[in-house]
Write a protein that binds this ligand. Sequence first.
Ligand code: SF4
Ligand code: SF4
Ligand code: SF4
Length: 617
Amino acid sequence: MIASGAAPTPGTHQPGGIRWSRSSRWRAAALVLVNLLMIAHVIQWRVAGKTISPIEPSETMHTLQRGAVNAGFIFFSLAILATLIFGRFVCGWGCHILALQDFCAWLMKKIGITPKPFRSRLLVYVPLIAALYMFVWPTAYRLFAGGDTGPLIPKFTNHLVTSNFWDTFPSAGVAIPFLFICGFVTVYFLGAKGFCTYACPYGGFFGLADKIAPWKIRVTDACNQCGHCTATCTSNVLVHAEVRDFKMVVDPGCMKCLDCVSVCPNDALYLGFGKPAFAVSKSRGAARSYSLTWPEEIAGAMIFLASFLAVRGVYSLVPFLMALGCAAVTTFLALRGWRLVRATDLYLHRFNLKSSGVIHAAGWMLLVFAICWVGLVAHSGWIRFQEYAGNNAFQKIQVPDELALAQVDPVRWISPAERENIAEGRKHLEAASRLGLFGNGDALSKLGWFEYLSGNADRAADLLGNAANHQKRQAKALSHYYRGAILNRLGRYAEAAASLREALDERDDLILARQEEGESFWQLGRKDEAILAWADAVDRNSNLSLTNNFLAGAKRMQGADQEAAHYEMQADQATPDVALYHWMLGQRLKHVGMNDLAGKHFQRALTLDPSLQQQSE
Ligand code: SF4
Ligand code: SF4
Ligand code: SF4
């Protein structure tokens, strides 16, 4: 009902008598434009091979941690500055995730479901805590930990243009569930701005900046408290109460969509400069109703934390933002499922879940869905624990890669304590790989290395090949490299050459892969190609001891003694005078038939440490 102002006019008013928002069409156009620009950005990169780095706030982490100044950092800084003055316009008019949430809410309305806001007192702090963790914690950690954690203020470098545009984005297999969970699922269970309210870390900072902004939605005396503004707001703001109590909208959740301004029948709302929100007393504010009791709030906070830790990074797939979205949904489902069991009557949207103590079909559906969802999260938590424990063991490995890769069975160089650690790590990662629902490239590559160190080189090569299938460029290149190196030790040179080629296709600068590729060629009798590969590696880095030795041996065999002497001198300058290092060089040179050079290094190794004689027998 309209209390006063213009009478409802067909076509300009909704069935309930509230005016249609004129600004929503402009906002929809702006959000469509944002999405089109994002698509154009990707196309331009695919065509040109190079583009402006992602205009995505999360990229700011690379600036704060590594000093890489990128477009995301500039965008986020400008967005916060703009919010400090004008409020959260960037959220309302420029965010693709908000566009997704609006689209989902619009679709739901089409099928008769109006998303209802889930109101929690404690979970609203999640975005700010997440923002502090993402953007402040890394610097704070360096400040307090000091030492080798890197400089407090990193050296800034220019990363405004990139050819590896997609490196920091998830694959389509992750992006689609991400959009589904952070769009439909959060909107359905938590409300039209569910992801913004309970998960988005950028919103944490935007909300804080909004409190300082002097440009606010304000009210004139024409307001008669009809409530159309509140009924229209999809950000869960009690507009009529706020303008009554504060003469402006103070809720930092206001995204400045301007729907309330547009629907006000008395044109009582306007945008104007004045006192910021933090300057007015909150004590007069209208009492809010909440969806949870205090015990539920506390249980909810614990469920949120546990489910966030369970899913974050599981299978090396679930990114930070998606984990926050999953945790918010898990909290809702766990608490609503519990209430469904205990309550006598319960509704969700327009669905009657339970009445007079009897659970209806809709209630059973929700219960089954909640049990499956929470079960899946619990299973992810178990997998995550196995991955975490395996990773911990991996970090404790002490045997250097060069020594481990000196010959096919490195077990003799591994101490009993380290063997136990390797067995422990292998057990955890084996369990994760056997019972996991998805392949985890990162865990598989570590498991591959555990297998290699345990003397199972063939299985290690298989696992590393499998790992590469699940990994992105940088990690994929490393898995191919290690697989190639192991295959070389196993004498499977053609397969090794193919694997190393794949490593170099992913990362042309992986010099060790070039060195190994030279070895594969050499063993396959493609001597000229081997020398070219080694020479290329040495051109890129003249301090490669083993590669210089290979070149010295190869040139000596060709009778090019002068060149051989040059490479041998370069090799000696780059070789640390450490017994095991000389032993490793001897082993590798013996493997390719460069026995004179091999003998020289074995001799030096035994001079430095006579006990090696026993160990190497
Ligand atoms: S809070 Fe986050 S997801 Fe929501 S509109 Fe703002 S930036 Fe986008
Ligand atoms: S500001 Fe809100 S409550 Fe006041 S008249 Fe306008 S729509 Fe009604
Ligand atoms: S208070 Fe008004 S401008 Fe702010 S989000 Fe709600 S409807 Fe949009």
